[in-house]
Design a protein around this ligand. Structure first.
Ligand code: ADP
Ligand code: MG
Length: 569
């Protein structure tokens, strides 16, 4: 009997499915039927308002679950909007599968509706990009894309589905079904490299473990926690490495980050790259003679920017267990009474006091530290924290602790703004299925919120109890107060005289939430903020948005090093 490939997917046997749970996208010609067919197989489909946000959401599912989320897009512009999400996923080393409809096969180069060289375009943003040559081969291509996205260094994959495939008929017996791919194989580091690394660590005077989002992705939390506890080593999480070992662990030296990086003589990199986030591992932010021990699943990563003293190629969880075995034999632990610990603890205390002083300032409008101080007191300890915006993200990272792995999602390796709402939607979908009592808190700068703000409608449509907090300084980096904006407007055309970083003062973003039936709060004082936080956390089934007005000139506390200038890094 002839069948339609997608129509028939619903009754395909479980062993032939690739354990995909979530699909995000925007339907239209020619992919609507694919979304309906996916739902029929039991895949949850979330219809978003922009493909970019849909793609961010799908990639966050990959990071949170270890199985790629799917982003389904229409041809041409739909696919092009998704490229931002693919690039972001690939840069973050997160698995993702993008399925794009494309113009019919017989229309190539004719100028068909939304015709574009999609497979070629996606090559730059993915590990694998292909179009099945026939209906029969679709299962094999899907298995390969899913497998490629999670094997080795995870990343994005693309499958192109020509429009004429969608309603084409074929005989059921000719479909070449492929079984679900095996879980990624777990690789161990060379034994000699493990012994060499253990020896360097045990001879260090000022050691430091750096825990990156690769460690979070590899579910290495238990083994890394044991390594920290057994060897009593100081550790520093990267932004999304936060929570692999809880931030409140006594060995966490995040509050002395610059000092720790600057003076460590031995650094163990657990799933973190020596890229801009870690100042390339080079002076003046690091010692010129720092000994780096690198643990990574990607061989090509080993030796980037700094020549390591030991390279442990393998899965972080497995390699950390190898290191633990080595240390169990020697019973080595780092002494707790060293000058290094003393220096780190002093710096931490000093920095924490400075932040606390800013947090307790009574003046209005509030500053960033005051906002996060109150948020810290009231937010649940086990919530997912999504964060973006320049100062909002940077200051929030230092002020808001993470106690669980994979519970922080932010602008990441690519520094992408606009990811927040898509990530929050993904986290809420995953939480609903796995940990229904956990809240998703999305803390956005006002500029960052603007990139994907219409996803508030998606949040309300799917009744996702996300709490969005906008830390609103009326601008990008810094903003403008209402009176100055008035003056500027009198002076002339805003396009000619307003600074490019200004946004409209006192914008009522909370009304975007109330427009769709969620709860919106506009707050200017610490008391109003506390009340809004309490009310929105109590209403645990309703999406809400708290728009917090802060001083447009509020900034980070004095830093030891200026941000991102190559010569000063
Ligand atoms: P961060 O931004 O936290 O510094 P990066 O994204 O720069 O982290 O680095 C993550 C690293 O983790 C990448 O180099 C990636 O290859 C590596 N990685 C991902 N999964 C694993 C795994 N299972 N085992 C080992 N390394 C991994
Ligand atoms: Mg802002």
């Amino acid at each position: 009997m002839p069948i339609r490939f997608w129509g028939q997917l619903g009754d395909c046997c479980k062993v032939y499915q690739q354990n995909i749970e979530y699909m995000f996208g925007i339907v239209g010609i020619p992919v609507t039927e694919i979304a309906i067919a996916a739902q029929a197989t039991g895949i949850k489909y979330v219809g978003m308002r922009n493909e970019q946000a849909a793609c961010y959401a799908a990639s966050a599912v990959g990071y949170l679950t270890g199985r790629p989320g799917v982003c389904l897009v229409v041809s041409g512009p739909g696919l092009i909007h998704a490229l931002g999400g693919m690039a972001n996923a690939n840069m973050n080393c997160w698995p993702l599968l993008v399925i794009g409809g494309s113009s019919d096969r017989n229309q190539d180069t004719m100028g068909a509706f939304q015709e574009f060289p999609q497979v070629e375009a996606c090559r730059l943003y993915s590990k694998f990009s292909a179009r099945p040559s026939s209906l029969e081969t679709i299962p094999a291509i899907i298995e390969k894309a899913v497998r490629t996205s999670i094997y080795g260094r995870p990343g994005a994959c693309y499958i192109d589905i020509p429009g004429d495939f969608v309603n084409l008929q074929m005989s059921k017996s000719s479909v070449k079904y492929v079984e679900c791919c095996l879980p990624p194989p777990v690789s161990l580091a060379e034994r000699s490299a493990v012994s060499a690394a253990a020896s360097v660590i045990s001879h260090s005077r000022q050691p430091l473990l750096i825990i990156g989002k690769g460690a979070a992705y590899s579910h290495a939390e238990d083994s890394i926690r044991r390594l920290v506890d057994q060897c009593e080593l100081p550790f520093l999480p990267t932004p999304m490495g936060k929570g692999v070992v809880p931030d409140n662990h006594p060995n966490c030296v995040a509050a002395a980050r610059s000092r720790a990086l600057l003076h460590a003589d031995v650094i163990v990199l657990l799933g973190a790259r020596l890229n801009w986030i870690l100042h390339f591992g080079l002076p003046p932010r690091f010692r010129p003679d720092v000994k780096v021990i690198q643990v990574d699943i990607c061989a090509e990563e080993l030796g980037n920017n700094v020549r390591p003293v030991a390279t442990l190629l393998g899965d972080i969880n497995a390699v950390t267990q190898q290191l633990l075995e080595e240390f169990s034999r020697s019973l080595w632990k780092y002494p707790s009474d060293t000058e290094w610990w003393k220096r780190l603890r002093e710096t931490m205390k000093n920095n924490e006091e400075k932040a606390q002083a800013l947090a307790l300032q009574k003046s209005l409008p509030m500053n960033y530290y005051t906002v996060f101080h109150h948020a810290k007191k009231l937010l649940p300890k086990d919530c997912f924290l999504v964060s973006e915006g320049a100062n909002t993200m940077d200051i929030g990272r230092t002020m808001l602790p993470n106690n669980y792995p994979r519970h922080r999602l932010d602008a990441g390796t690519f520094g992408t703004m606009g990811v927040g709402l898509g990530f929050a939607i993904a986290a809420a979908m995953v939480a609903k299925d796995r940990t229904p009592n956990k809240r998703v808190i999305c803390i956005e700068g006002d500029s960052a919120f603007g990139f994907s703000g219409m996803e508030v409608e998606t949040i309300c449509r799917y009744k996702l109890p996300i709490l969005i907090i906008i830390v609103n300084n009326n601008g990008i980096y810094n903003g403008v107060d209402a009176d100055s904006w008035e003056e500027i407007s009198k002076f002339g055309e805003p396009s000619m005289c307003a600074l490019p970083n200004f946004l409209l003062p006192n914008s009522h973003y909370e009304q975007v939430m109330s427009a769709f039936g969620g709860k919106g709060y506009f707050v200017k004082t610490p008391e109003e903020l506390q009340n809004a936080l309490k009310a929105s956390l109590e209403e645990n089934q309703v999406p809400s948005l708290i728009n917090v007005m802060i001083d447009p000139l509020s900034a980070r506390k004095q830093q030891d090093f200026p941000w991102l200038t190559r010569s000063n890094m």
